[in-house]
Design a protein around this ligand. Structure first.
Ligand code: FMN
Length: 325
């Protein structure tokens, strides 16, 4: 059996977690990941400020039923009062198990609000913010951080200690600085330093896959592992990680399996976004399902130019008729 993992008093079925990804970890992807074996899934980051302005698009991002449990709802924001009000709001309007706070996002739009990884620069204010969030929230509060703002200001250990004192129940660490964005290789040894400095669970993150998970576990000694981009087009990555931990053989991802997963995901997206937006949205994701297969280029070219549900279904049919016989 794969090891279970506890945050606060909630037991997660395994240690493999779907990372929050803006634009991706909407309900359909979360469900794909859950069915693919993920022990915990996160929403996309949800703007506390947008909730304060009753922004409909943001409101629509809130998870509303119990079917996705265990689920972490991630908020971001730069203003303490707005964040605390957002907690009141999501407690009334959304269903989730953990409240996550984003302290890692590097994008300029978020920096401008002094939110996301900008909080790593606001170290003196972090205790007050997190403690207030913990006091306010009826759900366990967890955070996601990076190593620091830049190479000269690595403060993940300090932030982790402050978070633990403030009552945070777990933290995920993306092993890069804000300035590194997604470039270069993550510094797993820095995640190990965080793990050694606190008693709350530490979740390692950054380029983790089936090939390096054993090494990442050895270096970081982390309690759990968070996978982001590796799940796109490959929701079974969680099953692979569980099988690998349990010493079971790798189950090949055949083209047929990938096509069936893609179709399932596509149907959920259409249901969620409607045909016009859903088909356009899914173009980019669909190609990831067939990446690496013979003839993928031909199928990809068709997928990136599809316009309707019928287009998609004919591509699937054609692929099955020609390549799977
Ligand atoms: C498209 C995209 C969107 C992301 N959005 C978020 C987000 O909303 N909140 C967050 O904390 N991290 C976000 N991240 C960072 C991921 O959660 C994760 O830390 C990062 O991708 C590294 O993990 P990976 O190598 O497994 O993808 C995003 C990453 C990507 C690629």
């Amino acid at each position: 059996m794969a090891k279970k993992f506890e945050i606060g008093n909630i037991t997660l079925p395994n240690r493999y977690i779907l990372a929050p990804m803006a634009g991706y970890t909407n309900e359909p992807l979360r469900k794909m990941a859950r069915e693919g074996g993920a022990g915990l899934v996160y929403t996309e980051m949800i703007s506390a400020t947008a909730l304060a302005y009753n922004n409909q698009k943001t409101f629509d991002m809130l998870p509303r039923d119990d079917s996705e449990n265990p689920l972490a709802l991630q908020l971001f924001g730069g203003d303490k009062n707005i964040i605390l009000n957002a907690i009141d709001f999501v407690e009334k309007e959304a269903k989730y198990d953990f409240l996550d706070f984003n302290m890692g996002c590097p994008v300029p739009k978020v920096m401008k609000q002094e939110a996301g990884s900008y909080w790593l620069k606001r170290q003196d204010e972090v205790y007050d913010l997190l403690h207030s969030m913990v006091q306010k929230s009826h759900k366990p509060v967890i955070i996601k951080i990076r190593l620091g703002f830049d190479k000269k200001h690595i403060n993940a250990v300090e932030i982790a200690k402050i978070a633990e004192q403030a009552g945070i129940k777990a933290l995920a660490v993306h092993g890069r600085t804000r300035d590194e964005y997604y470039n270069g290789f993550p510094h797993y040894e820095e995640i190990a330093k965080v793990k050694n400095s606190v008693s709350i669970p530490v979740i390692a993150n950054g380029n983790i896959d089936l090939n390096n998970i054993a090494e990442v576990e050895k270096i970081t000694n982390a309690d759990a592992f968070m996978i982001g981009r590796g799940c796109l087009g490959n929701p079974l990555i969680f099953t692979d990680l569980i099988n690998s931990e349990e010493g079971k053989p790798f189950i090949e991802h055949t083209l047929e399996k990938q096509i069936n997963l893609m179709k399932k995901h596509f149907d959920m997206i259409i249901n969620y976004m409607g045909e016009y937006n859903g088909v356009r949205y899914f173009r980019g994701l669909s190609v990831l399902y067939v990446k690496g297969f013979d003839n993928a280029k031909y199928i990809k070219n068709k997928l990136i130019s599809m316009n309707t549900v019928d287009d998609f279904n004919s591509i699937i049919k054609e692929t099955k008729d020609y390549y799977l016989k």
